[in-house]
Design a binder for this molecule. Structure first.
Ligand code: PMP
Length: 451
């Protein structure tokens, strides 16, 4: 091991506390130290390279070291690094807001910036809560959320989070909500089968709204894919049904596109597969192409207008983050959108998605793969101890991690979610690297589960 790796590893173990990481175990390992990136490859301090199979935790879009984004950032640094958006503005923040509105589903009109996904979710929750205060329905204070949903780790986001492993500890700190079943067809929470179920899980949301719409301000969900919940893919038509129910019962619809946004599912935003426009859409992660933190909460005119008034009415949205609309982040985001346009990314993506789906079919034949699901370049491969009974592996067996470790040895970086092997491919991947990644992942699953 190179001296540099040893030294960084030692300091890392001594001084850092890593997110979502059991540090007792971590302290006994030699971490991979990533010091470079180019295209879909990451390079460590030992000179090894890896395909970035989860897009650096779902943020990277076109690859690393993208000339257009690099240039946009460098040019902006020479002009202005930061100035506040509280009562003033800056050119990249304005230009980006305009571009975002151009590509958003029709009807979304206003961009509110924050730094990361969870903050943008908090904004969405607070906006929808306050919206009803200004619309003479102050009793509409509760949210409907989905089991297996994930919206970030701040307390508001955790209140509408549906992953018990992450969220149950904090229950005493959370606000009251209504939980609806997940659109998890492989393990249907209602014990039904698609399509004969007629998407009964969506109808459960209608039932909640029918009974409680007087006290519900919004429904929040991830459109099409519950990502952190295990890459769970919604049946077609689901999203449209939820939109109809929200309209029927006068409740706002918040779509969290933090993971699904920016082409990940094959459309720029997942809700565009079904022509659905939410009242509030949340963006993050891929917004800067995976370069810098930036997120946005985008609302329709109706929501925005509810906050207008004379100063002394105090209808102002009293919320803001220091780095909101940071010009360097916004410049990176403009660079990201420039790449989409210049290289017709979404058009060329379709061929990659077909290739990906073809490759994914192979996995269905593996003895311990119970379910393979994807939307665009997001996929979940669910491992089971017994295919017949769908019995999952005990989490303590860390089967997902065993697979990731084998893949990493073979130059593919992936990170599982429990028993689900997650693939979140950068849109910039070519079919050669895609096939290589799939081969390594297939062999890793086979080796870990069958030997
Ligand atoms: N919403 C969704 C759907 C997410 O997947 C995530 C992060 N995985 C978040 C919100 C939170 O984003 P961040 O980590 O940037 O706070």
């Amino acid at each position: 091991m190179a001296d540099k790796t040893k030294k960084l590893g030692a300091y890392d173990r001594e001084f850092l506390w890593h997110p979502f990481t059991q540090m007792k175990e971590y302290e006994e390992t030699d971490p991979i130290v990533i010091e470079g990136g180019e295209g879909v490859y990451l390079y460590d301090t030992e000179g090894k390279k890896y395909i970035d199979g989860v897009s650096s935790l779902w943020v990277n879009i076109h690859g690393h070291k993208v000339p257009e984004i690099d240039r946009a950032i460098k040019e902006q640094v020479d002009k202005l690094s930061h100035s506040t958006l509280l009562g003033a503005t800056n050119p990249p923040a304005v230009e980006l807001a305009k571009e975002l509105i151009d590509i958003c589903p029709p009807g979304l009109k206003r961009v509110f910036y924050s730094g990361d996904g969870a903050s943008a979710v908090e904004v969405a929750l607070k906006m929808s809560f306050q919206y009803w205060q200004h619309n003479s329905k102050p009793e509409k204070t509760k949210f409907v959320f989905l089991e297996n949903g994930y919206h970030g780790d701040t307390l508001g986001a955790v209140s509408v989070g549906g992953i018990d492993l992450f969220h149950s500890t904090f229950k005493p700190l959370l606000f009251e909500t209504y939980k609806a079943p997940s659109y998890y067809c492989y393990r249907c929470p209602l014990g039904k089968e698609y399509p004969s179920c007629e998407i009964a899980c969506a109808k459960e949301i209608e039932n909640i709204l029918k009974a409680h719409h007087d006290e519900v301000c919004a429904v929040i969900l991830e459109p099409y894919v519950q990502a952190a919940g295990g890459m769970i893919v919604a049946p077609e038509g689901y999203l449209k049904m939820i939109r109809e129910y929200c309209d029927r019962y006068d409740v706002l619809m918040i779509l969290d596109e933090v993971a699904t946004g920016f082409g990940r599912t094959g459309e720029m935003f997942a809700c565009q597969h079904e022509g659905v426009t939410p009242d509030i859409m949340v963006l993050g992660k891929g917004m800067t192409g995976g370069y810098l933190p930036l997120s946005a909460t985008i609302t329709n005119q109706k929501v925005y207008d509810a906050f207008l008034g004379d100063y002394e009415e105090f209808k102002t949205f009293f919320h803001g983050h220091s780095y909101a609309g940071n010009p360097i982040s916004c410049a990176a985001s403009l660079g990201n959108l420039e790449v989409f346009k210049k290289y017709k990314t979404l058009e060329y993506l379709q061929e990659k998605i077909e290739c990906f789906e073809q490759e994914l079919k192979e996995f269905e034949g593996l003895k311990h793969v119970g379910n393979v699901r994807n939307k665009g370049l997001m996929a979940g491969i669910e491992l089971v101890e017994d295919k017949e009974t769908k019995k999952p592996y005990e989490l303590s067996k860390k089967m997902g991690w065993k697979i990731a470790e084998i893949a990493i040895k073979n130059e593919v970086l992936i990170r599982p979610l429990g028993n689900v092997v997650v693939l979140m491919l950068p849109l910039g991947i070519d079919t050669v690297d895609l096939k290589k990644l799939m081969k390594v992942t297939y062999r890793a699953i086979k080796e870990a589960t069958e030997s």
